[in-house]
Design a protein around this ligand. Sequence first.
Ligand code: COA
Length: 156
Amino acid sequence: MSALFKSEPYFRPMHEDDLDVVAAIDYAAYPFPWTHGNFRDSIESGYSCWVYQHDEFIVGYAVMLLAVQEAHLLNITVAPDWQGQGKGRAFMQHLLAVAHDYRAEAMFLEVRPTNTAARRLYHSLGFDYIAVRKGYYPSQYGREDAVIMRKELNHA
Ligand SMILES: CC(C)(COP(=O)(O)OP(=O)(O)OC[C@H]1O[C@@H](n2cnc3c(N)ncnc32)[C@H](O)[C@@H]1OP(=O)(O)O)[C@@H](O)C(=O)NCCC(=O)NCCS
């Protein structure tokens, strides 16, 4: 472990106090970021909202909707300075475990076809392509499709 860090990173529920930092990371990570209000609404709606904490740093966060035995991943972000170090994979494994504990039968998510890093991550975790939502995302060229991916969660 690096001597720079006092403890192992861990996952904890997102709180209102986190939202200035979370919204700032989202602004840095996406051309079309969520607002502070989008995150606040997610917490107030009871969505499964998580922060990845590494000492004093929030290095990532995620928002997932758990309903009617399904998990819908709405946002997962690793802060740009922390990407490419295994944190996205660890976060996905945490979210899959949360969804499994909720007894969700499957997790769904949407991803831009151009988002190679995210698509590779999801595919390596067993997500399959199930559909395309035409013109789902805003993009600098107008609209961009979303690829919908699904992973079944086993409860054997
Ligand atoms: C997508 C994201 C969450 C991945 O998190 P990360 O911490 O950078 O990813 P990890 O280091 O855990 O890598 C996991 C896998 O992702 C893929 N990946 C990560 N970075 C990649 C890159 N630059 N190019 C290609 N594949 C990449 C690889 O399959 C990698 O597995 P490997 O290391 O065994 O090859 C992160 O890049 C991110 O937050 N991006 C901006 C926001 C975003 O696009 N979120 C997803 C919206 S659907």
